[in-house]
Design a protein around this ligand. Structure first.
Ligand code: DC
Length: 225
């Protein structure tokens, strides 16, 4: 039987978090953001002064770290609980994002996070978003999507989040940075970002949020009937 997971993978700024959250809301099922798991590990390491690339010290730290997805006291989607606390918004800083990117390349961290992610989908159908959900975590997911957009489209979205219309040169320079990060993420030895052979590929460069959502819903509902 397929795992009770709708997997949404894709590169940074591809719109997958927005899409995963909206899809879960429409289907009335939980949304699980797996980036938070790597961020929580980095957050604890940074608090303890442990460099996020130091495999031996991160391994020691994880021996006494308890992490799981749980519904926070205020309700809503399951969120990361680490050593009994919900760090929530504290995980969204640039420093933690960089640390997450470092710890995510350590094989021991990927082994540590595997069961935590699998446990999060044990009880019911969930939408799970990340980089390797459809390939490494749930190769037998009920539905798999790989969401992406051109580096230019992603650069424009990221820049316009600040409410301004970016000029062509700024878009081009951010698009070049995004393309370079894609290359690194796809070529790294550990858990590279790659589309599962059986994932539905959606390039949403020219699509609105609602159009992309309708496309996902069509596939999910179509496969049910
Ligand atoms: O999606 P995000 O920015 O919160 O992810 C934080 C970091 O974790 C990012 O560098 C990619 C990494 N990550 C990963 O390697 N595998 C996942 N399933 C999710 C995130």
């Amino acid at each position: 039987m397929a795992s009770s997971v709708i997997a949404i993978d894709g590169p940074a700024a591809s719109g997958k978090s927005t899409m995963a959250r909206m899809l879960a809301e429409r289907l009335n099922i939980p949304y699980i953001n797996t980036g938070s798991l790597y961020r929580a590990i980095a957050w604890k390491a940074l608090k303890l002064g442990i460099p996020c690339k130091d495999a031996a010290r991160i391994a020691d730290m994880l021996e006494t770290t308890r992490v799981r997805y749980a519904v926070p006291p205020e309700g809503g989607n399951p969120d990361i609980e680490i050593d009994g606390a919900f760090p929530g918004a504290l995980l969204r800083t640039q420093e933690v994002a960089q640390g997450a990117s470092d710890v995510a390349t350590l094989p021991l961290v990927r082994r540590f996070t595997l069961d935590i992610q699998r446990d999060a989908a044990k009880r019911q159908l969930v939408v799970m978003e990340g980089r390797d959900i459809g390939t490494a975590i749930f190769p037998d997911a009920a539905h798999k999507f790989f969401l992406t957009a051109t580096p230019e489209a992603r650069a424009k979205r990221r820049l316009s989040q600040g409410g301004e219309t970016p000029d062509g040169a700024t878009v081009a320079s951010v698009a070049a940075e995004i393309a370079e990060r894609d290359r690194q993420d796809s070529e790294r030895a550990v858990a590279p970002l790659k589309r599962a052979d059986d994932a539905i590929f959606i390039d949403n460069s020219g699509l609105s949020i609602e159009e992309t959502l309708q496309l996902l819903l069509k596939h999910v509902k179509g496969n049910e009937s």
